[in-house]
Design a protein. Sequence first.
Length: 156
Amino acid sequence: MVITHEWRAAFPDLAGISDHVSAQLDRHARMIKRPLGAALSGADDAGENLLLVVTGTVRVQLYSDAGRETVSYHIQAGESCVLTTACLLAYRGNSAHAIAETDVEAVLIPSRIFDALMSESKAFRAFVFASYSRRMADLMVRKHDRPVRDRPTHIH
């Protein structure tokens, strides 16, 4: 259980939340610390918590059916995990794994609290969608900015 809200300094968009939302986060959010190389989440728990990275860098990777690892994206301090957000919004899991690329401090907001705050709080909802939108836009730009040599070539 997070006793203080000092972690929120990494997420300035949460500054506008009400005292009620602040109390809910203080009561239910959980601060975790993971060393380099440790898992923060895996395929079995991807839809259980909103993942907010407070310090460090997290690598999000997917595994194919054949076991091949593909790095999907990275989460830096002050960012949320776009896949866990999508899972929480759609009530679905995924096959992604979040791995600490450095020592990491993160906050986990349980799905039931996420759902309640999304329903109750315009400020929390705005935080979630603003963060999600920024991450999605960033991922799309990165995908389209890859050098031509990295793109598959199709011969017609």
